[in-house]
Design a protein around this ligand. Sequence first.
Ligand code: PLP
Length: 422
Amino acid sequence: MSNYKLGLDYAIEEDQNDTLSIYKTQFHIPKSPDGNELIYMTGNSLGLQPKQTKAYINQELKDWANLGVEGHTEAKNPWLPYHEFLNKNMAKVVGAKPIEIVVMNTLTANLHFMMVSFYRPTKKRYKILIESDAFPSDKYAVESQLRYHGYDDKEGLILWKPREGQELLNYDDLEDILKKQGEEIALIMIGGVNYYTGQFFDLKRITELGHKYGCMIGFDCAHGAGNVELNLHDSGADFAVWCTYKYLNSGPGSLAGCFVHERHAHNKALNRFTGWWSHNKETRFNMRDEFDQLPGAEGWQLSNPPILSMAAIKASLDMFNEIGIKSLTEKSKKLTGYFEFLLKQLGEDTIRIITPSNPNERGCQLSIQVINADKTLHNKLTEAGVISDWREPDVIRCAPTPLYNSYQDIYYLVEKLKTILN
Ligand SMILES: *Cc1c(COP(=O)(O)O)cnc(C)c1O
């Protein structure tokens, strides 16, 4: 991966050789007022719209118009089992078995529903461990769970922190925490790919370590799903949650994914919140039966889901399935490696990349600390046609996605950054 070259010719050549480059044309790329395509680097925040999404949603609008309630069974894609059309492809994206997957609710809601089942504090074991720079919603969610169970949200929360002067987390430090406090920790809940640093954690390692001390393990994979190979089943994690509007391109506020490991699939003794959609499908509409728990991740559903949002997810997953997460991550590593190579030319007194340099410890995102910068830098980049994300005090997050970003995007982005910094 070290044969990257400087200059526009190289970027053009790489785009020509890239078998996935055609997918860029299958997305709506936002344009500036003068009609030029923007360089879109925020697929980690809101993924772009696949052109085929409209047809998928229109199909459901048409069936609703023509069939009314009959669409539940008679629509081209019947609505009653609609979520089942997503399970197989979603399972492939996150490396799970279909029985371990369901698409439902929104991300933070799923996190809470998972904690109803997998955060079962006792007098002796009630603490929750998260990474110190967890996404705010995750932190607020676990704090509120602690309070809900009657614990102090400061005393009950353990933070896995980076060492002095560092940003990335070290597994030895996690092990130290567990050696000292493992018996007090009920749940370890980590962002699979940290939203700020882009560090992709070794999910299996964390799970094995946590299980050794008797903790439940959950991951928030909002920044991982569709970005890296998560291999959730093999990780052994108890649960995972993620949204579909970031790398999975399913539209603002779209439904979220949820993974529950197969080992819990038939455990009816697990505490959980239920609704009619968690009840046996065969007898759901008898309406008068005693509750009969549906096995697998599906059994955590409460309600009949919004089909229009699911149609957008189906459109996206069909595209992921066509390409395969393996080819996607292969391109992603090369594209982000090229980005890193060009950034390094700017010199260490100008920028510092916080994200791990090992391609197996990151996804597509690079978090770039710009020395002596403030938000005006981000504004100038935006004016120059680059959509990126600014984190105070001095970090730009850029996430070139292999689906719709090109080598030329990266080339022009770094050229613009260079001009602005000079
Ligand atoms: C994007 C993101 C969220 C957002 O939560 P919503 O419930 O979808 O609003 C939460 N956690 C993480 C780690 C995220 O990346």
